[in-house]
Design a protein around this ligand. Structure first.
Ligand SMILES: Nc1nc2c(ncn2[C@@H]2O[C@H](COP(=O)(O)OP(=O)(O)OP(=O)(O)O)[C@@H](O)[C@H]2O)c(=O)[nH]1
Ligand SMILES: [Mg+2]
Length: 364
């Protein structure tokens, strides 16, 4: 087995831009001649992120059904699988957006128990610059306290904090972050990034390769009761929905459903962690993503669809009850049916509250 594969861990809150940055980084590295693989991770069985990496022809395997720390052996098996199949120079591992405590439960166990398999080189933690601005400014956060606790703990353990979505920040917000961040989290290295900008991502990649992006070695002091409560507050739903629509109406039908879903969640004051979709139809294979802070012009992400059959893979993580989330999705489809003539069929439906994080290993 090849031993010099580097592992770049990428964490950070739901929707902060991890997948976007890894795709851009992987494309760049592949162009440079590196062999790159990705390990995705989320609560459900059918993951939008995995589909999206594969869509970009980036080899991806997934650890589903919970975070890396609770599925450490599965993570390990997938690392070995990628190494055996691909002999990659680099593996990116993207952790669940509600996961923290990676140093104690993933990095240290890998360094101690599985040194001969792979070398973890860095932990980059992504944060949406707009959420960080709210937090630093003392403005109300869009999630309950224990969810915000996870957001804070993620930043605290970063080897490198990537303040992402820089393009959505105004100059005053960048100044506020530069002034206030160092006093809230002293000695925490950070960079600003627009993960859609290849030049920005290249700079991040350069830091990863040159090991400027540090591998943190201090286990967090973390209150697992609060962490568990925060994790469980966020319901998960994944399912596949097949629509049969009238010719030419597919795009409008999807926009109507998503608008109803957003309106329904807003009406119930439900905070969105991330709503992710893969839309598939004849000649169409697109990702659509709606995050915590309203995405302007999200309708532009819905592709033109000529066929009258469309399939949508849904991954949703919101601060609500699992039942409530499921009902809101159903209500959105039913409301859209009042405006459009279409039928639908669901499969692989799962909706639940993730269980308490119970790491397999924890090195303090
Ligand atoms: N404007 C802007 N949008 C971004 C940037 N990075 C990511 N996004 C968008 O943010 C949304 C979420 O991005 P993802 O990369 O899926 O986020 P993630 O952290 O992988 O999300 P989870 O895996 O669900 O935790 C997508 O719509 C991206 O296009 C950025 O730097 N600027
Ligand atoms: Mg992702």
């Amino acid at each position: 087995m090849k031993q010099e594969t580097s592992l770049y861990l990428v964490g950070g809150f739901l929707g902060s831009g991890k997948t976007t940055a890894i795709i851009e980084a992987a494309k760049h590295l592949i162009q440079q001649g590196y062999k790159v693989g990705v390990i995705t991770n989320d609560q459900g069985k059918y993951l939008v992120d995995t589909a999206f990496f594969r869509l970009e022809s980036i080899p991806a395997v997934e650890v589903g059904g919970g975070c890396f720390c609770c599925n450490y052996d599965d993570l390990n098996d997938h690392i070995k699988e990628l190494i055996n199949q691909l002999s990659p120079d680099i593996i990116f591992a993207e952790s669940v957006g509600s996961c923290a405590d990676i140093v104690a439960t993933v990095i240290k166990p890998l360094l101690t128990l599985d040194r001969d398999i792979i070398t973890p080189k860095s932990l980059s933690v992504f944060v949406d610059g707009r959420m960080l601005t709210l937090w630093l400014d003392g403005s109300p956060m869009p999630f309950s306290d224990d969810v915000v606790y996870i957001f804070e703990k993620q930043m605290e353990e970063a080897g490198l904090l990537v303040i992402n979505k820089r393009d959505l920040l105004i100059d005053d917000e960048i100044r506020l972050i530069q002034e206030k961040f160092p006093s809230r989290l002293p000695d925490q290295p950070f960079i600003f990034q627009n993960s859609h900008d290849p030049a920005d991502v290249k700079s991040w990649v350069k830091m990863l390769i040159s090991s400027e992006a540090v591998l943190p070695m201090n286990s967090l002091e973390i209150d697992y009761a609060r962490y568990s409560h925060g994790e469980m507050q966020m319901a998960w739903l994944d399912e596949t929905i097949r629509f049969e629509v009238e010719a030419g109406s597919a795009k409008d039908v999807l926009i109507a459903i998503l608008q109803e879903l957003l309106d329904g969640l807003k009406e119930q004051q439900v905070s969105i962690g991330h709503l992710k979709f893969v839309i598939r139809s004849e000649g169409v294979h697109n990702k659509l993503s709606l995050t915590t802070i309203e995405t302007e012009n999200w309708q532009d992400q819905v592709p033109e669809i000529l066929d009258n059959q469309v399939e949508m893979l849904v991954n949703a993580r919101v601060e609500a009850t699992a039942e409530g989330l499921r009902n809101t999705v159903m209500a959105a489809i039913n409301k859209a049916q009042k405006a459009f003539d279409f039928t639908f069929e669901e499969s692989n439906i799962e909706f639940f509250h993730p269980g308490e994080p119970k790491p397999i290993h924890r090195f303090s």
